[in-house]
Design a protein around this ligand. Structure first.
Ligand code: DQA
Length: 147
């Protein structure tokens, strides 16, 4: 069975209580359950991880690139949170590891503050899903199964 990795970045562990008007009521555990259930429907193994640390996310992207090169992984669904708007290190990890990434944001970052409207990741992502709430995660996983 092939696999996909779902990586959530800083503050996404607070989903459910963090600005529910922006991010909704679902918790990170709810999102991870949704991803695993979607994976079962798609016939892929889905693993979910969350970190508030940029370097840990870099390490996981490098690991994902190696697993993808070995034919074990379809790619990564990446919600990098605020690192999206700041992190050249995450962008370099995506390119350096050669990992296929679907960038995801729960909220519509383009309808929010100006600083959220630039992403270091979009130009190196295979695709971007924005503003569909947590329903974006199943869509992103489905996108990874398309060649
Ligand atoms: C987010 C949008 C980012 O701007 C923000 O910093 C987040 C969450 C989203 O899922 O909408 O932490 O990535």
């Amino acid at each position: 069975m092939t696999a996909a990795l779902v990586l959530n970045g800083p503050n996404l562990n607070l989903l459910g209580s963090r600005e529910p008007g922006v991010y909704g009521a679902a918790t990170l555990a709810d999102v991870e359950r949704l991803c695993v259930t979607t994976g079962a429907e798609l016939g892929i193994d889905v693993e979910c991880r969350q970190s508030n640390l940029e370097g840990e996310l870099v390490g996981w992207l490098q690991e994902a690139g190696a697993r993808q090169a070995a034919g074990e992984l379809l790619g990564v669904v990446l919600n990098a949170g605020a690192y999206t708007h700041t992190s050249i290190a995450l962008r370099d990890a995506v390119v350096g590891a050669g990992v296929r990434v679907i960038e995801l944001h729960i909220s519509n970052v383009h309808a929010r503050e100006e600083f959220r409207q630039h992403s270091y990741l979009s130009a190196v992502a295979a695709g971007v899903i924005v503003g569909l709430g947590v329903n974006g995660y199943p869509l992103a996983l489905r996108a990874l199964t398309l060649s």
